[in-house]
Ligand binder design. Sequence first.
Ligand code: ADP
Length: 626
Amino acid sequence: MGDSSIYKNDFYIISEDFRLLDFNQNVKDRYDGIQIGDLCYKATMKRDTPCQHCPIAGNTRQDCPIYFDPFYGTWVEALFSELGDGRYAVICRTVQENEQSIFEQLQKEDYHIANNLLEGSDSENIGMIGGYCEDGFPLYYVNHRMIKMLGYDSREEFEEGIKGMVVNTIHPDDLPQVSADLGDHYYVGMKYETSYRMPRKDGSWFWTIDRGEVIEAADGRLAIISVCLDITASVATLENARIAADSANKAKSAFLFNMSHDIRTPMNAIFGYTDLLEKNLDDPVKSKGYLFNMRKAEEILLALINNVLEMSKIESGKAVLNEEVQNINFLNDNFRSIFKEKMIEKNIEFTRETHVEHNLLYVDQTKMRQIFINILSNAFKYTPAGGKISVCIRELPSDREGTVLIESTIKDTGIGMSKEFLPHIFEEFSREHTTTESKVEGTGLGLPIVKKLVDLLGGTIEVHSESGKGSTFIVTTPHRIAQEKETLEQDTDVVDTSRFTGKRILLAEDNDLNAEIAMEILKEAGLVVSRARDGIECLDMIEHSEAGYYDLILMDIQMPNMDGYKATQSIRALDDVGKAAIPIVAMTANAFKEDRDKAIASGMNGHVAKPIDIAELFHVLDGALK
Ligand code: ADP
């Protein structure tokens, strides 16, 4: 007998032509080398044709057949559910071990042993019942389990409740199907399998799978004897899986629909303006205008990608708290510059005030910034010219010792939101007006991210808004109070690039366009740049130059032949210590903190995210160049 625990909750999605579209880890562990696209019966049951119990192949009427899995030697219950688009979800679970031996005994036609086993087993959800093969199936046999499962206290009470007829243990609506499954010709040894609802004493009912056979009773009359399994729990599991798969599917379609529109819009602008720019290169005024528009579209595209990545990261549970000691004033100080352009462009009065007693707090700066930026960019987006936006940060006492609450109120006099829309603002992709209607770009991801981040920080968010009047967002987050000495000085120096002049950089980058952009930026700052097209070439160039010839390597991570991590490890392992110690900075589109950590762990000295922020690049170079 196989290890029944590994059967639990096997989950597949298959197509109507029996191809595996998805499966869970259990399945992966169970069947060596199983792959998406394999034929399910081949990959799991090692068969050349669909299984005898498979309802998709039309081989059974049941949507929860129980079958014997010869491959592992156990009884398995499979629950099939149609997902639409020709896809099916299948959950397989081993029938409990005690149930298995019962079915085995039944298969060996020994129902007496089966009954004994049943009474002795600790399975609460199988009972046995029998009736003479006569009109209404007069009760011939019932075991304790069955009486209990149907909600009766004694055999007498049970007999009375069903009026002595087994037919009364079948939901009337399911009778035609049961009759069809049993047929009208009974003979000793005849086996049947059917499924129906069993009514309990209190009028409620449960779904059962009934497997049984016809025997000769002690008095020589023919009788059916059934083992009934309560499958309510399995059906509920299946229903949940179906609902989950369904809503995941809907969300995915909505996501793709929104994404393709929202990516195409700025991409279209970039393509269009690139064309125009090409044609008008000799007109500096026009060119500048086109470049400005291209830059806007690029920013939208980048914000969109960042939002989507952020969302998927939070949803996959990968986002972690990263608290550092911060002067809480940073919240208000940073934003003026970010929104300055918008402020001037739309003539918006932007005021900020901070009322805190404790300046130094533990803050997850990235998450707090993101919360503020998302709410504030909405305020700027949805407030017409001449409006007002204010930020007020207040300290409130907290119940927890050594902790305060920071209440941030962001208020605008913008277009506001309707009462009907307000309850939906934290739903992904929900927007009161489409881009086409409002001419305001957006994805409907900003606020869902805010909500998720606030939850992650253990805070709360409140929104008040009225159409035509404006909106107020109040975010309250808990923060531990920090001591003065724990704080780190913020490094805000502007880098003096004059010291870069003549330094040699080896740029390892496989993508020509990225390489060209990086080389232009670096050359502008007086650096001398050579390029390697992958990790192997980079390693080769270091090995074949004198130690100290290159001052620093800028290393892309995802490259063909040898990636940046491997190249760094190989360089660090070189015998020539001078060469092995060269500063290496990762320059990569893998922009999460984990990627940064991984770069450092593989021996790099720093990390710059793509698309390149020039100030950040220079800052990192300044720190890494000796
Ligand atoms: P986006 O702004 O990208 O559409 P959000 O999730 O940030 O997505 O916001 C969802 C919707 O909530 C917006 O489309 C808008 O209808 C509404 N909204 C958010 N903030 C404001 C605000 N300050 N004023 C008016 N409407 C707002």
